[in-house]
Design a protein around this ligand. Structure first.
Ligand code: MG
Ligand code: FE
Length: 172
């Protein structure tokens, strides 16, 4: 696999994007889980996905290493996701649990799109190891997206019940 090949170059660029995305995902998921004391089921699923996310980052690092390429670092992924993560980690007493779970669903779908791109590029280049790594990862992202979608109504209902409570402590 020649790194000077333009197809390979694109594949490596997209692997770097995925690496930055997974770093961002870990930061975001950790910020979210820390604040979910009243939503144990959601918290447990997020914690499970943190472990998966760390494994995904390592898989991508291995794909990059096979090309002697290093990860680009988180700054290259752009400020948008950064701002999003800070937003998720921000206020506590409002509807952040609902917004966080909804945005989590958006983020998982961004990941699904990114790995769909990577799988197609890896196939094109004939890099079966990268293809297999990304196929493993995308299954975890699809499962997480589906879980969040399935559980969003429950999260909304739990939030609305808490928010209707008369005292401020119960609301949180
Ligand atoms: Mg991921
Ligand atoms: Fe994910």
């Amino acid at each position: 696999m020649n790194i000077n090949d333009s197809k390979v170059k694109n594949l490596v660029d997209w692997l770097r994007d995925a690496h930055a995305m997974e770093q961002q995902a870990e930061t975001m998921l950790k910020a979210q889980s820390e604040r979910l004391e009243h939503y144990p089921e959601l918290r447990a699923r997020i914690e499970e996905h943190i472990t998966e996310t760390q494994g995904q980052r390592e898989l991508i690092e291995q794909c990059l290493a096979r090309y002697d390429a290093s990860p680009s670092g988180i700054k290259d992924f752009g400020g948008k996701m950064m701002a999003f993560a800070q937003g998720v980690g921000g206020s506590i007493m409002t509807d952040e649990v609902v917004k966080g779970a909804a945005m989590g669903y958006v983020f998982e779908n961004l990941e699904i799109a990114s790995y769909t791109v990577l799988i197609a590029a890896a196939k094109e280049v004939g890099d079966t190891e990268t293809q297999r790594a990304c196929e493993t990862i995308i299954e975890q992202e699809i499962a997480m997206a589906q879980w969040l979608k399935d559980h969003l109504p429950q999260v909304v209902s739990a939030f609305l019940t808490r928010d209707a409570a008369p005292d401020a402590v119960a609301k949180r």
